[in-house]
Design a protein around this ligand. Structure first.
Ligand code: UDP
Ligand code: MG
Length: 342
């Protein structure tokens, strides 16, 4: 099989409702580009019929379709990393399965690459999400811009194109917790952004709960900056200096201006509230240190970032001999089921 020019990587997690719609639009859109391409679906665990649908689609278009089945849910970003490790194209596009990013826009991204950019991000025109999601995103964008050097107008939009060089750099980065668009941005020498259309989710619901979004944003912040930790040491210093000054003031009042301490400066503040505030601050700082330490712990354990159960690809792929992932479940298509060589 000759190496395709374009690889399209799509993470799939319980998307049985959107997959048929995606297939119906994605394949014609890519055929229209008139260049050799491959589509890599990564089934990120999940419990619905997605896996069966992906198998069917593979049978329909085996020459351009490859499917990686994870043995559990490892998350969207790990799915994309796996796609990066397996893809063969010189240019790689990531896309969500839910049709929020129209596949017809892929040509636009490639156009920007033709103009010499090695990483093309995208900005959603008229974002179709709930007001709360938009507000939360805006707040996160603001925070990220302040504490990391990463400038992305729209961090949440996954329709992006990467040059092979960037993809290789990303697969060489063995980060357990990562945020791919930000990583790509730090490696790119000539990044750019273009506007793309945004649609409502074609069907089903978002696979991100508020909690998992919060976790993802912690990954983004802790993975690309230690400013939050530094803020706490500065804040600690500030609070210490202020309390020394206050104490000096109290002593001066007590000794020089005489009078009762309880009526003096010391009683001006409601000490209990101040205590609560400082305790909260300390706990938050401690928790933040915990976020970093937890990630260091995950990283040093060095467990595999994802586990592949099976890979579906047409038998022409060379050298499929090693049986690294042995748990290939018997299926009607087992002749096409090849554990991928690493
Ligand atoms: N996804 C995934 N693993 C997960 C969560 C999501 O592979 O644990 C995929 C999902 O199937 C979709 C993409 O990541 O293709 C983006 O998810 P979603 O549309 O739910 O996120 P949102 O658009 O709400 O940010
Ligand atoms: Mg979505």
């Amino acid at each position: 099989m000759t190496a395709p020019t374009l690889s399209v990587i799509i993470p799939v997690y319980n998307e049985e409702q959107t997959l048929p719609l995606l297939f119906a639009r994605l394949y014609p859109a890519l055929d229209a580009l008139k260049l050799p391409y491959e589509i890599l679906f990564i089934n990120d665990g999940g419990t619905d019929k997605s896996a069966a649908l992906l198998r069917e689609q593979f049978e329909r278009r085996p020459e351009v379709t490859r499917v990686i089945f994870f043995s559990g849910n490892f998350g969207q970003h790990m799915a994309i990393i796996a796609g990066f490790e397996y893809c063969r194209g010189n240019r790689v596009v990531t896309l969500d399965a839910d049709l929020q990013n129209p596949p017809e826009e892929i040509g636009k991204l490639l156009g920007a690459m033709e103009r010499g950019h090695d990483y093309v991000g995208s900005v959603r025109q008229q974002r179709r999400d709930t007001a709360f999601r938009r507000l939360a995103s805006r707040a996160m964008n603001w925070m990220r811009e302040r504490i990391t050097r990463i400038r992305m107008t729209d961090q949440g939009c996954m329709l992006r194109a990467y040059d092979r060089r960037i993809v290789d750099a990303i697969t060489r980065s063995s980060e357990v917790n990562t945020f791919i668009p930000a990583l790509a941005y730090t490696y790119a020498s000539s990044p750019t952004e273009i506007e793309v259309a945004h649609e409502e989710r074609a069907a089903g619901v978002s696979k991100y709960s508020l909690y998992s979004l919060l976790r993802l944003n912690f990954d983004l912040v802790t993975g690309f900056s230690i400013v939050p930790l530094q803020v706490f040491s500065l804040l600690g210093m500030f609070v210490a200096v202020v309390s020394v000054l206050v104490y000096i003031g109290v002593i001066i009042q007590r000794w020089i201006i005489a009078g009762s301490v309880a009526e003096g400066l010391y009683a001006l503040w409601d000490r209990d509230i101040l205590q609560f505030f400082l305790t909260g601050l300390v706990l938050f700082g401690l928790g933040l240190v915990g976020e970093y330490v937890g990630r260091i712990y995950q990283q040093v354990r060095g467990r595999p970032r994802y586990l592949i159960q099976a890979v579906l690809e047409s038998g022409q792929a060379a050298g499929v001999t090693s049986a690294e992932s042995s748990s290939v479940s018997p299926t009607p298509h087992s002749s096409l089921l090849t554990p991928h060589p690493k």
